[in-house]
Design a protein around this ligand. Structure first.
Ligand SMILES: Nc1ncnc2c1ncn2[C@@H]1O[C@H](COP(=O)(O)OP(=O)(O)OP(=O)(O)O)[C@@H](O)[C@H]1O
Length: 305
């Protein structure tokens, strides 16, 4: 038995003639902070919407907590909290009153102390009496997280939680997401179009591109592949010399000529120092040497294609 909290197999969805999802596969394990990474329009929100039963897929299977979403919808969704659009609050009510109202509507009213705890958890202690109309976007997002916690869900789904936030707001939201896992023991799924962001907070991820799941796995394993792409910037003469050094000392390494003065070389991480030394010993002027990971390059190419 796996520890799968979410298991999606061969999920497909069309909007009219447009194929938004094509046989998406992914698996979220207990305790994951799992990233859906993809550019705008890739299909991240559509996958989330199918998973939350907000839209009906055309084909495929979705299981949450080991149960089919088709046959156990109510029971499953009672264990999920989500923030998939900008949270909608009553502007003329206070933060506390908003949460109190939502908790009553949910049918599982929280006590005053529980609501105050949630406000404290999301960094809004002391602001509970303030009208939400006066809150910044970051404060509303954090109140949105408090709202998702009202019914104590096991899984929290967040669609682009840092979009539109200022730099401090982004840091606050990242920390809050990490604390949801470490302090509240939640499994979290979030979507993002930013690889760096996913790398900072997620332990596992899937890359969704044009409705397909292209790569799935542990973020560290995917990003720490042994092979790196090294871009070397030299001079026109230096480029020619570097090609000779490669042929003589690193036969078999593949490289690509970039413009008149640069090269891109694919090599194992532990060979980088000896390549560096060989270039210096041959008197080649190196103005810049930049390492990129293959996945990063792959994702950037996808996004710019
Ligand atoms: N209700 C709909 N009707 C028609 N097309 C839709 C609908 N919902 C989504 N789409 C299309 O499906 C594709 C995937 O959209 P989706 O919102 O899932 O992308 P996304 O990866 O979440 O991107 P974003 O970051 O822009 O939200 C897009 O081309 C979008 O225009």
């Amino acid at each position: 038995m796996s520890n799968a909290i979410v298991s999606i197999r061969q999920l497909s969805k069309r909007f009219g003639p447009f194929q938004a999802l094509k046989e998406i596969n992914l698996q979220v394990e207990q305790g994951d902070i799992y990233g859906f990474l993809g550019q705008n329009g890739a299909g991240k929100s559509t996958t989330m919407r199918c998973m939350l039963s907000l839209i009906r897929p055309d084909a495929g299977e979705i299981e949450l907590f080991g149960q089919s979403l088709t046959t156990n919808r109510e029971a499953i969704l009672s264990r999920v909290g989500c923030l998939i659009e900008k949270p909608d609050f009553y502007k003329y009510l206070s933060a506390f009153k908003n949460l109190e109202l939502f908790s009553r509507i949910s049918g599982k009213p929280s006590s005053r102390a529980e609501i105050m705890d949630m406000l404290e958890f999301v960094g809004l202690a002391g602001r509970e009496k303030d009208l939400v109309g006066g809150f910044s976007h970051g404060m509303r997002q954090r109140l949105g997280i408090a709202q998702t916690l009202l019914h104590d869900p096991d899984l929290i789904v967040l669609d682009e939680p840092t979009t539109g936030l200022d730099p401090q707001g982004i840091i606050d939201m990242r920390n809050l997401i990490l604390r949801l896992k470490t302090e509240k023991n939640k499994t979290i799924i979030l979507s993002s179009h930013n690889l760096h962001e996913v790398e900072l907070i997620c332990n596992r991820m899937v890359i969704i591109h044009k409705g397909e799941s292209l790569v799935e796995g542990r973020v560290d394993a995917l990003l720490q592949e042994e092979d790196q792409i090294i871009r070397i910037q030299s001079t026109v003469a230096g480029q020619a010399q570097a090609i000779q050094v490669l042929a003589a000392q690193f036969p078999g390494l593949s490289y690509q000529i970039l413009g008149l003065d640069s090269l891109e070389i694919v090599l194992a991480k532990d060979l980088i120092p000896s390549l560096n030394a060989a270039l210096v010993q041959s008197g080649i002027p190196v103005f810049a040497m930049e390492a990129k990971r293959k996945l990063e390059d792959y994702f950037i190419n996808l996004v710019s294609a």
